[in-house]
Structures are given as C-alpha cells and as structure tokens.
Design a protein around this ligand. Structure first.
Ligand code: ADP
Ligand code: ZN
Length: 611
C-alpha cells in the first residue's frame, strides 16, 4: 500500500495533513469504521478520498447534493483520479458506462445520491463490484430533528448488513450530541471510532456591530475590506434581498439576489455565477447556502439577526473554507430583537417549540452583547471549552469594549417605561427620557412626568444602545400583541429597587477592525495558506494574469474556477515566482497531474506577466 502522505503529495499536491486527517485515513485504509465530526472547511473529503485510493476497489461516496457531486468529481478528475457519479442528471447510456467501469475495476471513487444507491439495481451492482469503502457524507441528514432530514438516509442502515466487510465512514459538520447519537444508531456505527475535531474556525474573524444604517454600514464594510471579493450577504426578507442587491450594484459591486420567490432558472443562474466566477457577492435569504462548497468566500455578512447560534454558525461557516482570512460580520439592533420575538410569538408552533425558540434567540443575544471573546462564547455553546484568553481574531478581543456600571441609566429607562404605562416602543420612551415633547406626548401628559427629560445627558443613539441591552439582558420584553411595546419583566423590579446592577457595554467608537495579513496568515490552517507573503504591487500584475488564465481554463472545461486551482495556489505562485517544474511542483495544490497539464502555461505566465 502506497503511503497516505505520498498520495497526498503526488495526487493532491499538498505537503502535509491537517488535524486528525492522517489518523482517520490510516484507520479507514486499515478497514476500520468511523464517525468524523469536523467543521466546514476542516478537510473531510480527503478522509475518504485517500483511503479509497489506498485500498483495493472503488470508494462509494453517498452524497445528498447533486451539484456538489459534480464539482467534487470535476476536481478529482483534474487531479487525475478516476472519479464518476451516478445520479438522475445522467442518461441511461451514461450510467451504463459508469457501471461498466465500476465492474471492471476502472474507478477509484464513485459518488452516488442516496435514493439511487438504495435501488435494487444499484445494490446488486455494488454487490458484484470490488468496494474499497462507503463514505456517508452529510451524515446528519439521518437526523429527524435536524433541518436537513432526508428520509432516504435512514435506509442507509442496510449497508451495514449487506456489506459487513466494507468499512464505512460517516462525516458531518453538525456538532451537537443528539445528532451524533442519532447518526451512530441509525447508521449502525456503534462500534465505530469517533474523531471529533475542534469546531473552531480560527481564520474567521467574528464581528458584530451596532446597527445604525445597515445599508451604509454594509457598503463601508465592503468598500474598506472586501472590494473584489466573493461573499454572501444574508437578509431576512425577499424585499431586503432585492433592495440590498440593487444598492450594491449601484455602487459597482457584482451583486446578485437570491431568494425563494425568484423563478428557479434565475436562482440557478445566480448561484452558478457565484460559484464559478471570481468576486461575485450574493445577497440572499437563508434559502441560499446548503451545498455551497465554494472555498474562497471571503465574507459572510448578516444584515438581520438569524434565529439561533446554530444558524449563525452554519451561515458564517460558509466563509473561508480554504483556511485563508475571512470575515463574519453582522449588524444588529433593537428592532432585530423585536422582529425575531414577534416571529416566534406569531408562529403557529406549539408552546414547547416557542419556548425552545426563545431560549435559542436569547443565547444568540448573549453572543451579540457579550463583552468577552465571541469565539469562546460560540465554542462554549457547542460544548467545547476553549483556551482562556484572547483569541486575537474577533472584534472584542481586538478592540475590547468598555464595560461600566449603567445601573442608574437602566433605572431611568425602566422607570420611564413604567411611568408611561408600558404601552410604547423604544423611540417614544427615548423621546420622554431626552425631553423631546410632541403633540402626542402632551395629549398623554407625559411631558409633565418626573421622568421627562431625566436622560438629557445622553443622546438618542446612546439611549438606543441602552434600551437594546436592557431587552437583550431580559429586563424589558417587547410585546408582540402591542406592536412591540416594551414591558417590564420580573428582573426589572430588582434593577429598579437597586438590588441588581446592570453592566453595560459601551459601543467602541467606529474604529474599523482591519485585517492584519501577516498575523492572520500564521493563524490560518492551510500549509501555504498565507505563505506570510501577502500581495505586493509587483505580484498583483501576475496574480491578475493567473486569475484571468484560470477563468479561461475553467470556462473551457465547464468547471468552477476553484476546481482548476484554489486562490491560495495562485497566490503562492505569484509570491514565489517559480522558474522550474520542480519549483512549481513545490507549490501547495500542484500535484503531478496538474503540473503535467498546466506547468508550461504557468511558467510562461510567470516569465511574461507583471512585476
Ligand atoms: P469539508 O468537506 O470538511 O468542508 P473540504 O474537504 O472541502 O472540507 O476541504 C476544505 C478545504 O481545505 C479544501 O479547499 C481542501 O483542498 C483544503 N484542504 C483539506 N485538507 C488539506 C490539507 N491537508 N492541506 C491543505 N489543504 C487542505
Ligand atoms: Zn476573541
């Protein structure tokens, strides 16, 4: 058996394994079953691709997403691996051809959709073929409680009975214990070894800012930090998606909308452009994302609050799969909390479900308001204890917010809510606090209350921050039945009586957190991910030329650009300017097949372009 490392190098062009990859590969290559829990971008694919190449026979990969299957197979073929798929997009003749190659031992890897695999014809075919392993990707799809449940996945338990001698490896990026147990039970993996990687995504920078003018804030964020980058902007509503995409286009971004209200062809077209082209920004509702495998998404921006930490982590997790620096940026304000609460209250769900939803929202608000490390908070939520101290790559660690005793301010706000009858939203309450009278207020006589004008020392914006935190801390509750009027909760009484103090975080003035390339490069996990070299004017010309060349190749072959080469590979070429085949071969991401195929073109580009 050829060693795992030498195949990693010769076929995939990668110099070393990441995390537990080597241990997993060795275990599966030796015939062992296992369950692999690894975050998005952790490198799960190699965990079954390499053992498939090392063992005799063909590796069968069960994957629920046909689009993803195509890209994976295209990528493997680029690297010279004999890979195919069987799914409903093929003609009968095409699938017969694939079946024949499987039986004659001419395939290393075969991707199959679960419903196809479970047909009698396919099971019979597999029984006659020599099989290296079964890989069950997105294994959390067996979970009936999860949002990606696929009934066919339950039937995959048959594999254990029908093919007891073939090793099985189940993989997922969904972390919670319940899902893990369900996978083990349903896929009959009780005796399988478990590999649980940390769910930390060190290359992702988490940042949550106070919402003032969401669109202007987004534009500034993109202009300052992500000009020309590919990214995803999430909005709650279809209208929000359309308007934001239009605003970005007006400012010169290559932005496209995506939501369930669009017709299927337009949606597919936008998704294709996002995946296949460089620097497209997709503005989407949460309908977008499942099965998006694009490695070079440089940012995920949220203009509205998601439902839960799980949703936030899954959505932000689509950034930076390639291990290079990426941003998870969110703007959030009081209106977001009110909106999410209302959606829960107005939903038709049973009370238990509503309680769970409120608990999840509260956990997310805790993340938004924490003055501590966002990463630590996230990992803690998923049951991981993170090392104490400064992660160095979230807004709070880079720019620690000031926390101060705001009990007096809180008391003023809460008593103003009480005195005005708990019938008004934050805007009105702030008007009373700051002593801004109106006809309406005079009618109610609120301009004569003792609380009128007691908060003059703070401006509107500062009071909005205070009100939001009081809601997030649970001292005030927006009442959905009364149009978001704020009501006091039981805990507010303690504050008013002076028994509970209220610590508030001061919004750090609009200091933009900038990307520090050097340090990030070290943190990112890909071996040559940053190469510490960054972009210089001299190699920008070459990098541009390399990208243009890659687009041409990708178009000609009908595959996404990243299937030809990842950004990291092009950047490493631009930075090191290789002069010989051997130097080129040393670049991460260039295996033997790619050298043979593209080596001359690349060396020529290096000699002629830029610098
Ligand atoms: P997952 O399926 O876990 O989300 P992938 O298998 O798609 O992750 O891998 C994510 C990215 O990391 C891919 O771009 C892949 O090429 C890269 N990668 C995986 N393992 C390594 C490694 N050992 N060295 C360098 N890059 C790697
Ligand atoms: Zn941190």
């Amino acid at each position: 058996m050829t060693s795992a490392l030498s195949i990693l190098n010769s076929v995939f062009g990668l110099p070393s394994f990441r995390g537990a990859q080597e241990e997993i590969v060795t275990h599966v290559a030796g015939g062992g079953d296992c369950l692999v829990l690894m975050p998005t971008g952790g490198g799960k694919s190699l965990c079954y691709q390499l053992p498939s190449l090392m063992r005799k026979g063909c590796g069968i990969v069960v994957s629920p997403l046909i689009a993803l299957m195509h890209d994976q197979v295209a990528g493997l073929r680029e690297a010279g691996v004999k890979a195919e798929y069987l799914n409903s997009t093929q003609s009968y003749e095409e699938s017969c051809g694939v079946e024949a190659r499987l039986l004659s031992g001419d395939l290393d890897l075969l991707y199959v959709a679960p419903e196809r695999l479970l047909t009698p014809r396919c099971l019979e075919l597999l029984a006659r073929a020599r099989l290296a392993l079964f890989a069950i990707d997105e294994a959390h799809c067996v979970s009936q409680w999860g949002h990606d449940f696929r009934p066919e996945y339950i039937e995959l338990s048959q594999l254990a009975e029908r093919f007891p001698e073939v090793p099985r490896i189940a993989l997922t990026a969904t972390a919670d214990a319940l899902t893990r147990t369900e996978i083990v039970n349903r896929l009959k993996l009780a005796g399988a070894r478990r590999f649980v990687a940390s769910f930390d995504r060190p290359n992702i920078r988490y940042e949550i800012v106070e919402k003032n003018n969401a669109r202007a804030q987004l534009l500034a964020f993109l202009a300052q930090r992500h000009a020309g980058d590919a990214g995803i902007v999430y909005c709650l509503s279809r209208a929000g998606v359309e308007e934001t995409a239009a605003a970005l286009v007006e400012r010169g971004f290559d932005a496209l909308p995506y939501h369930a209200g669009m017709d299927a062809a337009a949606r597919a077209h936008h998704q294709d452009r996002f995946i296949n082209e460089d620097g497209v920004v997709i503005v989407a509702t949460i309908a977008f994302g499942m099965g998006i495998d694009k490695p070079d998404v440089r940012f995920v921006a949220h203009l509205d609050l998601p439902k839960s930490i799980e949703a936030y982590y899954q959505e932000t997790g689509r950034a930076g799969r390639d291990g290079k620096p990426a941003d998870a940026w969110m703007t959030y304000g009081l209106a977001d909390i009110v909106k999410q609460r209302r959606m829960i209250d107005e939903s038709v769900a049973v009370d238990d479900f509503k309680r769970v939803s409120i608990g999840k929202l509260d956990a997310l608000l805790g993340l938004c308001e924490t003055p501590g490390c966002r990463r630590a908070r996230l990992l803690e939520y998923f049951g991981e204890t993170s090392p104490p101290g400064n992660c160095g790559n979230c807004d709070n660690c880079l720019n620690p917010p000031v926390v101060w005793d705001g009990t007096i301010l809180a008391q003023k706000a809460l008593s103003c809510v009480y005195r005005t009858g708990q019938r008004f939203g934050a805007g009105y309450v702030i008007d009373v606090l700051t002593g801004r009278s109106s006809e309406r207020m005079k009618q109610f006589g609120h301009d004569r209350l003792p609380v009128f004008g007691v908060g003059k020392e703070r401006n509107d914006k500062q009071w909005r921050t205070v009100m939001r935190q009081l809601v997030a801390l649970g001292h005030l509750l927006p009442d959905s039945e009364a149009f978001g009027a704020l009501k006091l909760t039981a805990s507010a009484r303690g504050v008013l009586k002076g028994e509970t103090s209220v610590m508030l975080r001061e919004e750090t003035a609009q200091k933009t957190v900038r990307r520090r390339r050097g340090k990030d490069a070290k943190r990112s996990s890909g071996p040559l991910a940053g190469a510490g070299l960054g972009r210089t004017p001299a190699n920008d010309g070459l990098l541009g030329a390399l990208r243009a060349w890659r687009s041409g190749v990708a178009r000609a072959q009908g595959v996404p650009a990243y299937v030809v080469f990842h950004d990291a590979t092009l950047e490493a070429i631009a930075a090191s300017r290789p002069d010989t085949d051997a130097e080129l071969r040393a670049v991460s991401g260039i295996g033997e097949r790619k050298l043979e195929r593209y080596g001359d073109a690349l060396l020529k580009l290096v000699r002629t372009a830029g610098g």
